[in-house]
Ligand binder design. Structure first.
Ligand SMILES: [Zn+2]
Length: 481
């Protein structure tokens, strides 16, 4: 035992002695990003800092003026550059496009996305991504998984068409749900995702199971419920603001009883058709008739319960304005495999060029909701839903940041939504999502200041994942097929 403790002390002494000899600092088995501007999502910018990275951690941070580095150090000059924590995409699907799935980890890393939250896919398909990320932290983003969408008797993503691949599990009853959810918990999912066709009884049990196992429950508010009840029962986060409008509508009671009747599904149509028909018949009616008192009640509940929001604004913009029809949008398709590109082009060419006016209205309303909810201090995370909507993994997160920013989040708050907030959501905020000594070395080095323009998150010079420094040439090589 004594021998073991003696050795590290000896090493420490040697390194201090080396430094004292010529008054310079030398860091063994480490590297230094010298004279960089740090942007911490909570504290803002700190200019001219020197950051030492050792193994997978931020080892030391100094004022550049206060240290003299030995020339023996491995040094990257960060002068006039900006260092931010590694980004999260808090809403992705590895399983939506299985061929693309394998390319997604590299695409994320090359775009500065060092952590992702997979919000739905068959457990046997998404679990290997998580396991790979744990074994290979320097060559994969951190992967947090929900497993499949937990849906009701008429599940939406049932594998019946390319638009609705099998992402969910069907639960014909409360007892079936209990058994299937327990299996997911046993497989160590990181959170659970409720879907739209759940019955209130199923949702209630799911929320209880999530709570008992200390797991976050995210999802879409089930069509059979209102958002206040769902949030109070334990829906900790909401994707796409889905089904929030119903609870704010002046004629909530009428819409809700119409919905309850439709959900009996007497004509036995598929879950996806039933869901679409309800969205189509009720969504625009509801947002045209918002009751400000009801809206306040919803906001107050979400704020009180700290119900996280992942509004996926870029996804809505893309569908509403048919952005995928443009050459500018398609110019990024070089990043994806040819087979997927051909399939996407076929799908894109089969849709009309006309912007979707209803969707445009809904998108504007969503952006306004984001602004108002943010004012009420309801917390946000940046997520895209990639590759749904032909959104390129990694690249699309930067577009979502622009949307959040346009909705009224300041540049620093926007960065927070893609760094500190997702870390906090998973209880990792003491080790991840900031630039502090002892924190995980997941970082993005930028050429331009994102506090001046949020678009500058795209000026990526290098990415650091679990301490591994990847320069521009390296990350470019991750994008070429
Ligand atoms: Zn999704």
């Amino acid at each position: 035992m004594k021998k073991n403790t003696f050795l590290p002390i000896l090493f420490t002494l040697t390194s201090i002695l080396q430094s004292c000899e010529d008054n310079t600092l030398y860091f063994e088995d480490a590297y230094v990003i010298e004279n960089v501007n740090l942007i911490d999502p909570l504290e803002g910018i700190e200019e001219k800092q020197t950051v030492v990275i050792k193994e997978n951690k931020i080892h030391q941070i100094y004022n550049t003026a206060e240290v003299i580095l030995s020339s023996k150090n491995k040094i990257y000059d960060g002068t006039n550059q900006f260092l931010i924590p590694g980004l999260w995409d808090a809403h992705i699907h590895f399983a939506f496009e299985t061929i693309l799935g394998e390319y997604m980890p590299d695409l994320f890393l090359s775009n500065g996305i060092t952590s992702v939250r997979d919000t739905g896919g068959p457990i046997d398909l998404v679990l290997p991504y998580k396991e790979y990320s744990l074994k290979n932290p320097t060559t994969s983003p951190r992967v947090m998984i929900a497993g499949p969408l937990i849906d009701g008797k008429h599940n939406v993503y049932d594998g019946s068409s390319p638009s609705f691949p099998l992402l969910s599990i069907q639960n014909s009853s409360v007892s079936v749900l209990q058994k299937q959810v327990q299996e997911l918990i046993d497989k160590k999912v990181d959170f659970l995702k409720a879907y739209e066709m759940l019955s209130p009884e199923q949702f209630k049990l799911l929320a209880q199971m999530a709570q008992a196992n200390n797991l976050k429950l995210t999802g879409h508010v089930p069509l059979s419920m209102d958002v206040i009840t769902a949030s109070n029962l334990g829906l900790n986060s909401m994707e796409h603001l889905r089904n929030i409008e119903l609870s704010m509508a002046k004629d909530f009671e009428a819409l809700f009883s119409e919905r309850t009747f439709a959900l009996e599904n007497k004509n036995k149509i598929s879950g996806s058709k039933l869901r679409s028909s309800l969205h189509q018949s009720q969504r625009m009616k509801a947002i045209a008739n918002i009751d400000s008192i009801k809206q306040d009640q919803v906001f107050n509940t979400l704020a009180k319960n700290k119900t996280w929001q992942i509004p996926t604004l870029e996804l809505y913009q893309t569908f509403a304005n048919k952005k995928y029809k443009s050459e500018a949008f398609q110019s990024f398709f070089y990043m994806i495999p040819q087979k997927v590109k051909s399939k996407w082009m076929e799908q894109i060419n089969s849709t009309s060029d006309e912007p979707d006016q209803e969707m445009i209205k809904y998108t504007q309303w969503s952006r306004d909701m984001v602004y108002q909810m943010h004012e009420k201090r309801i917390p946000f995370m940046a997520g895209t839903d990639t590759p749904i909507g032909f959104l390129i993994p990694g690249k699309s997160l930067h577009d979502e940041l622009v949307q959040l920013n346009l909705s009224g989040l300041s540049n620093l708050e926007t960065l927070k939504a893609a760094t500190y907030h997702p870390a906090e959501y998973f209880g990792l905020e003491k080790n991840l999502g900031r630039i502090k000594v002892g924190f995980e070395a997941d970082l993005v080095l930028l050429d331009k200041n994102p506090l001046e323009s949020i678009k500058n998150t795209q000026s990526i010079r290098a990415v650091v994942k679990a301490g591994k420094f990847m320069n521009r040439a390296y990350i470019d090589s991750l994008q070429v097929n």
